[in-house]
Design a protein around this ligand. Structure first.
Ligand code: FES
Ligand SMILES: [Fe+2]
Length: 348
């Protein structure tokens, strides 16, 4: 599926953000992830549970049922399932049908996010979870904001492309990102490690603006600002980065924008955004400004990639693409993702 040349649209042996922790409680939450309906809830002890979301009896959506203790009871004919997905009760008979259990997905909670492993359970490995605390969420040294979850009618790869080429900030976000108008003109560096691929830009001597003033009230002069786009995998891209005093190169702080991307279907995605900073952590006005900016910025990206998705769906064959020099990182990321998916399609 364009832009990938793989049979599967997405990797499955992968942790994905399933929900913010605050969304998961003692009510059943229904969601579709990688084309599969799931339900999420917490046990009475507070542990997150993710089960397949359709009743095996007549495909009733289980989020319309209810929780009884830690058991899920279907709202149609009352089949009841344990928190491990086992069918334990059929109200109309004593025998329990075979092959009627729900799938229980491996689950983990880090950085205020409930993560789901969508592949083979035997391969679920918590060491593959992103180190959220190192990026801010879950660390007491950082302030964080969780932005409203958006569901976007576009394939997830379009959002990865979008984030890996931040030159778009100078055009679609020229009026919403302070300093965004500089981005397209900045030189690009590529930093590749086995863990990540970072498309780095640095704006030097950016003139003061009201946003800088809010971030660093004691600083008067120009700043050097990082505009990183760091791909950790299809589930996590970090943008933002370090800010420095232009006069002496001193580090003032780091501002991260964490983009958690989860395919909903082959042509739609869930988009979780968390902002984090290790300075001015006690300034709620700054946090609120980030939330307000997010409400203006995100619809601009959504509109752009939904427009491309519509175009792609109307084409009989993949579009011809002409890439610019700054697309090198995005093209390498496509290659990483294709390699990841191919390893699942044809294991060594
Ligand atoms: S559909 Fe769930 S019990 Fe019948
Ligand atoms: Fe954007």
């Amino acid at each position: 599926m364009h832009p990938l040349k793989t049979r599967q649209p997405y990797p499955r042996n992968q942790w994905w953000a399933a929900a913010y922790s605050s969304e998961v409680g003692r009510e059943l939450l229904g969601r579709t992830i990688l084309g599969e309906r799931i339900i999420l809830y917490r046990t009475e002890r507070g542990e997150p549970v993710i089960l397949s979301g359709l009743c095996p009896h007549r495909a009733f959506p289980l989020e319309k049922g209810c929780l009884s203790g830690d058991r899920v009871r279907c709202g149609y004919h009352g089949f009841a399932f344990s928190a491990s997905g086992t069918l334990e009760e059929v109200p109309s008979q004593t025998a329990i049908p075979a092959k009627a259990d729900l799938r229980r997905y491996p689950v983990a909670e880090r950085g205020g996010v409930v993560w789901i492993w969508t592949g083979s359970e035997a391969l679920a490995d918590e060491t593959l979870l992103p180190d959220m605390a190192a990026l801010g969420p879950g660390s007491p040294a950082w302030a964080t904001e969780q932005h409203r979850l958006a569901t976007i009618a576009a394939r997830y790869t379009l959002l990865i492309d979008n984030l890996l080429d931040l030159s778009h900030a100078s055009f679609i976000h020229a009026d919403t990102i302070p300093g965004g108008n500089f981005v397209a003109g900045l030189p690009v560096d590529l930093v590749e490690t086995p863990e990540s691929l970072n498309v780095r830009r640095k704006g030097n001597g950016l003139p003061p603006n009201p946003f800088f003033k809010l971030m660093f009230p004691d600083h008067a002069g120009p700043l050097d600002q990082s505009f990183d786009a760091e791909y950790f995998g299809p589930h996590l891209i970090r943008t933002g980065g370090a800010l420095y005093d232009s006069a002496n190169g001193a580090l003032l702080g780091t501002q991260n924008y964490l983009h958690l991307i989860t395919p909903e279907t082959p042509s739609s995605l869930h988009y979780f955004v968390i902002t984090s900073r290790d300075f001015a952590t006690g300034n709620p006005a700054l946090g609120q400004t980030h939330m307000d900016m997010g409400l203006r910025i995100q619809p601009q990206d959504k509109a752009a990639i939904e427009a491309i998705e519509l175009v792609l769906q109307g084409l009989d064959s993949p579009p011809r693409e002409v890439s610019a020099r700054c697309d090198t990182g995005a093209l390498k990321v496509r290659h990483r993702l294709e390699t990841q998916i191919r390893a699942e399609e044809c294991p060594a």
